[in-house]
Design a binder for this molecule. Sequence first.
Ligand code: URA
Length: 293
Amino acid sequence: MNDRDAALKALEWYTDNGITEALESEPQDKTNKLPGSFEDLKGAAPDTTIRNTKTQSEAMPKKQPAKTESALISSKDARAEAENIVKDISTLEDLRQAIADFEGLSVKKTALNMVFCDGNPKARVMVVGEAPGADEDKQGKPFVGASGQLLDKILGSIGLSRDAEAPENALYISNILNWRPPGNRTPTPAEMSIALPFIEKHIALVSPDILVLVGNTPMKSLLNTKQGIVKMRGNWHDYQPVSDIGAKSDKPVFALPTFHPAYLLRNPKQKKTVWADMLMLHKKRIELGIDKA
Ligand code: URA
């Protein structure tokens, strides 16, 4: 077998096993770090003539489970640890550091950068999305890719911007997960539960009047519901933290679920629905005295 065929066989084995996502944009040559020569590496790729037989898994080197803290900690314990950590936190900087140090979410290990926030922490409107995508992972900022550009346009149409200094026109943006899930998959229910104390504390520290929840994931997490976005959007909901995050405020926070901009990019006909949601948001800001008619 020549090098090209060996590389193709290895690639085929990876895709057959669902390993389809490169974690870094540039390939790295690690062959020079392996003991032995490239010939040894070729030996690691199975011969596909035995594919789909019982011996295939035996043919591949067995992957040892990583002995990390997160491998040893159950999701229930990780959630309890997250609650314990956030209880005494009183600044955004401390929260950022606590999330960076937290080992209970395995997505941290595959992401390039942590994505904590963007915008003005004095904003009266806070947007919460699902999780960083590839562009956000590279830049360490939420909503900077194609869906983020659409989100900026949508909220800009009612005078809101993440770059605004005046709190009444400003936006603050974060996500349910601060780390990109590999392959942009949806966060699992366990990940959403473990991350909940962090985002609930984040909201408590920013203390917005209004939360805009873009898509199913933030809506289900923060409104503690199993309902889908189609049912829940178009109405205001009372937001209350459900995890144990320490001192809670009595201030009402109005939550508006709306479609995720990535969904709008795939279904542009739904833009009119989101426009109706933006008019509701504009009206609420006037009602609350945040903006003038
Ligand atoms: N989608 C999200 O939900 N959040 C981001 O930050 C980017 C894309």
